[in-house]
Design a protein around this ligand. Structure first.
Ligand code: ZN
Ligand code: MN
Length: 492
């Protein structure tokens, strides 16, 4: 970041829970929020002798995500045991992937809508499948300072997505995470619900600084326990400042004797990171090949078949909306970032009315506001696309002003009324030409200066009369008032 005496270097490990029906190696349901230890069996509870069987759907979803991240997909991938002891892991090892992950060498393109940084390509080192552990509940059940274990989450399929250390600021991290989450939701591989732990982020952070003309780097810190994108941003900002202060004090750098990686936990309430443990090296885990599961072998044809089923992903969709509906980069970004169902809504209305930009404006101003105020999704929006298109048609034909159109839409939304009913209940009727002409005569008679201006060719002067006409009769059609006033003034 500008003005800072260091460059922040950040790589992310994102764990995403895949939206399968059942767990990765057993038939227990993969569901959140059930009573503790009700979704378990001998396999996921780690009973001796229980044998795992791979869930094909978990592999398929992982492959979809990896292809969406532009990863290379090896035709051979295998499972490994990552050994460690923790009470929420009864097997004593996590079945994961070590040296032959299911995907590697991908990238995700990020664009900063605020223009703080240029678009960049964030490298994906690898994305691999592994099982989740259970959950320790400290004090949560009895409040009496005890610890209990819930194994419902044990064996849930996780995709671990490891980025290159290509990110340089908390802002870039925020955009990367949003884009990753959006991509995964378009691919329908995960609900990415951070509150429920479906998406968890660990950040590896350190600083590059100049010292006597040489490039030095502070020790790498892995920050854990961040429960929202906002927390991730705050933790990274904090860690940058903290590491710089420690550097100024000690001058200790990566490569110095005794310098090891460190794991720190983010304390959101206190706004600080705290030391947890010195970070394990992978050799500490004594990885070895899983003897109970066969490797997965896939053909190039099968991989291509998965690639063909990916569907339209956010980056391509943004470009297409711009080209097809003549939208600005900003507008297409706003729509695409809302998710596929909203884009479909937009396209259906725009295909009816043929006015992409106008439809996009109405959606951004009226529909998105309603959805955010009511915490609803577009699926629950009370106005269907054909009715919405009819309303915009009426506005385009100047049967309604934009302002009146808004009132009609609000009525349709809150009362669930049809377009006709909403217009009727607002007293909006088509005003006949004779009535309009009568009103125009009165206005011209009362405004001799406007008449003089119009006769002198100042056609803009008619605006004042349109304003007055709308106040006298809100249902009047402004286009008609303009046309009649110009014609009558000409004859005066
Ligand atoms: Zn099970
Ligand atoms: Mn992992």
């Amino acid at each position: 970041m500008k003005g800072q005496p260091f460059i922040m270097v950040i790589g992310l490990e994102v764990h995403v829970q895949l939206a399968t029906q059942s767990k990765l190696f057993c038939r227990c349901a993969n569901r959140y929020g059930e009573a503790a230890n009700t979704l378990t069996c001998p396999v996921c509870a780690g009973m001796p002798g229980a044998l795992p069987v791979m869930n094909r759907e978990a592999y398929a979803l992982a492959l979809r995500a990896a292809l969406g991240l532009n990863c290379e997909i090896p035709t051979f991938t295998k499972w490994d045991r990552k050994n460690y002891f923790y009470p929420d892991l009864p097997k004593g090892f996590q079945t994961s992937q070590f040296d032959l992950p299911l995907s590697q060498n991908g990238h995700l393109e990020i664009i900063d809508p605020d223009g703080v940084f240029a678009s960049k390509r964030v490298g994906i080192i690898r994305a691999h499948l592994e099982e989740d552990a259970g959950k320790s509940l400290h004090d949560e059940v009895t409040g009496k300072g005890d610890s209990r274990i819930d194994l419902n989450r044990c064996g849930t399929p996780l995709l671990e997505i490891v980025s290159e250390p290509d990110l340089r600021s908390a802002e870039e991290v925020g955009v990367y995470l949003s884009e990753l989450k959006l991509l995964l939701s378009y691919l329908e591989v995960s609900d990415c619900n951070m509150q429920e732990g479906s998406l968890r982020v660990d950040a590896n952070v350190n600083l590059h600084l100049q010292q006597d003309g040489a490039l030095r780097a502070t020790p790498i810190v892995e920050v854990k326990n961040m429960n929202s994108f906002r927390a991730v941003g705050r933790a990274i900002e904090y860690e940058g400042e903290r590491q710089y202060a420690v550097w100024q004090e000690t001058g200790r750098a990566l490569g110095d004797p005794g310098v090891t990686k460190e794991t720190r936990g983010w304390d959101d309430a206190a706004g600080v990171t705290r030391p947890q443990r010195s970070k394990e090296e992978s050799s500490d885990y004594r990885y070895f090949p899983e003897p109970d599961l066969p490797p997965v072998v896939i053909t190039h044809q099968e991989i291509q078949a998965y690639r063909d089923l990916l569907g339209e992903l956010p980056a391509d969709l943004r470009s297409r909306l711009m080209a097809q509906y003549n939208l600005s980069a900003y507008d297409s970004d706003v729509l695409v970032n809302q998710g596929r169902p909203l884009v479909d809504f937009f396209q259906q209305v725009a295909d009816f009315s043929g006015e992409g930009k106008v439809v996009s404006n109405w959606i951004q101003q009226d529909v998105l506001r309603f959805l955010s105020e009511t915490s609803q999704t577009i699926a629950a929006y009370p106005v269907k696309t054909d009715t919405f298109a009819q309303l915009l048609q009426a506005v385009a034909e100047e049967k309604l002003t934009t302002g009146r159109g808004r009132e009609v839409l609000a009525k349709m939304v809150t009362e669930g009324e049809s377009l006709e009913a909403a217009m009727a209940s607002l007293g909006i009727a088509e005003v006949d030409t004779e009535e309009t002409e009568q009103l125009c005569r009165e206005l011209l008679a009362a405004n001799p200066q406007v008449v003089a201006d119009l006769k002198n060719g100042k056609q803009k002067a008619v605006g004042a009369l349109i304003g007055q006409a709308k106040r006298r009769n809100p249902n009047i059609q402004p286009g008609q008032v303009q046309e009649i006033c110009l014609r009558l003034a000409d004859q005066m």
